[in-house]
Design a protein around this ligand. Structure first.
Ligand SMILES: *Cc1c(COP(=O)(O)O)cnc(C)c1O
Length: 423
């Protein structure tokens, strides 16, 4: 530690803050050990999926043009289906981001006259315009797909009575978001999601249960497909991309749901058969292989951040001692200046663009201005050390990522130091 001190000082971090960090890390060593155990489990799970699919060197090269018989693409989708324990998977660089993956899953599996139900409160902000909660071109609402929502009870649990009442003949698809997103509510464990899915299937067995798995991958040893989800959807710019995937999204699910999605992504009649993988395959495979350990570093960073901030009197969700089901840490900073200071601290500890100052901006798909700190190798990647938050009360910052635990630690120390310096 003593040896690292001058380096931390160069980063602008005080000795006082560092000794507090040392003390906290000593106290939470058991929790870090538990995270390492999960990473080990998931690493072997991923390794075995690669072996079972017989991934070969040829899979790492891409294809061009139509991308017929793209070996790597087919094997990658097979590997995803093994890891997520689903019948099939669609994993493509042509899926541009998480929102696109979710929109694709919804739009391809719903038809005019169907109803979408969100039984766990309003979904992620960017789905407002997909669903048509806020009117938008090409929304589900424009295609005559209606929407119903059941909010969580005040204690953050599912409102089973109202969910039962909300399920009708029209209900075709249920969307459950695992992570908290930009809402102040608990993240659901895969086990709790499984209970909700069982409840819904008992009422109406043919309802498609879809889980927005963003930020949840590899945090637990099981994934939502093992808890009955028909579709598990996420972004490769988050956990499963392992920081290396340059783009992409995935839909892992039943053969039927995945086929529907593929026919919407490409074209009816073409489905999964086309879609050149260009030069993305090597990074998509390698990123997936690294993802369990990358995710564990992000998880340690989140837990460390929560203890540091709680110690500074900041309210955090989840609370420091709470169990984790995603890599997001929310801290309620209460003042816009504090939100901005925190993000500046993260930015200045980034490997790329450390010298720039993040400013709030009107991001596409979001209702309020958002400030984002991300000095990432992959633009906008939030498995890399990043922090963001909408400029609205209570000025929560959402912190996530860190490709390595030591970097996550440095970033949090830098953010905490910036917060202290604004007092
Ligand atoms: C990030 C995220 C999304 C959207 O993904 P983008 O890649 O930002 O479009 C959707 N849902 C949740 C829970 C997320 O965390």
């Amino acid at each position: 530690m003593q040896r690292t001190l001058p380096l931390y000082r160069e980063l602008g971090i005080s000795e006082k803050l560092l000794s507090k960090a040392d003390k906290i890390l000593e106290d939470i060593s058991e929790r870090f050990k538990a995270i390492d155990d999960i990473a080990e489990y998931n690493q072997i799970k991923v390794l075995n999926a690669f072996r079972k699919a017989r991934v070969s060197e040829g899979c790492l090269y891409g294809s061009t043009g139509y991308g017929y018989n793209d070996l790597g693409r087919e094997k990658l989708e097979e590997v995803y289906s093994y890891i997520f324990k689903t019948e099939d998977a669609l994993v493509r660089p042509q899926i541009t981001c998480g929102t696109h993956a979710l929109a694709l899953a919804l739009m391809s599996n719903l038809r005019p006259g169907d109803e979408l139900l969100c039984p766990a409160g309003k979904p992620y902000d960017t789905l407002d315009e997909v669903i048509g909660i806020r009117p938008s071109k090409g929304s589900l609402a424009e295609y005559g797909i209606t929407y119903r929502q059941v909010d969580l009870l005040p204690d953050g649990t599912f409102d089973y009575d109202s969910i039962k009442a909300a399920i009708s003949d029209k209900t075709r698809l249920v969307e459950i978001q695992r992570s908290r997103g930009y809402a102040t509510r608990p993240t659901f464990s895969v086990e709790r999601i499984g209970e909700l899915i069982s409840f819904i299937k008992e009422i109406k067995s043919d309802v498609i249960c879809m889980v927005d798995n963003c930020y949840g991958e590899f945090v637990q040893t099981i994934e939502p497909g093992e808890a009955g989800a028909d579709m598990v959807v996420g972004s490769l710019i988050k956990n499963p991309g392992g920081g290396l995937s340059p783009i992409g999204g995935y839909i892992a699910g039943t053969a039927e749901c995945v086929e529907q999605a593929s026919c919407r992504l490409t074209s009816p009649g073409l489905g999964k058969e086309v879609g050149a993988s260009l030069n993305a395959m090597r990074s998509m495979f390698q990123g997936l292989f690294l993802a369990p350990v990358i995710t564990s570093g992000a998880l340690k960073s989140a837990i460390f951040a929560s203890y540091m901030l709680e110690d500074m009197g900041v309210r955090v969700f989840p609370r420091a001692s709470e169990e984790r089901y995603d890599i997001i840490q929310e801290a309620i900073l209460e003042k816009p200046e504090r939100l901005i200071a925190f993000c500046k601290g993260i930015q200045s500890a980034a490997p790329v663009d450390s010298f720039v100052t993040p400013e709030p901006w009107d991001m596409p798909g979001y209702d309020d201005e958002v400030i984002m700190a991300a000095g990432a190798f992959i633009s906008g990647s939030s498995i890399e050390l990043s922090a963001d938050g909408p400029l609205r009360s209570p000025y929560s910052v959402y912190f996530q990522g860190g490709l390595t635990w030591p970097h996550g630690k440095a970033g949090i120390l830098s953010a905490c130091q910036c917060l202290l310096d604004t007092e």
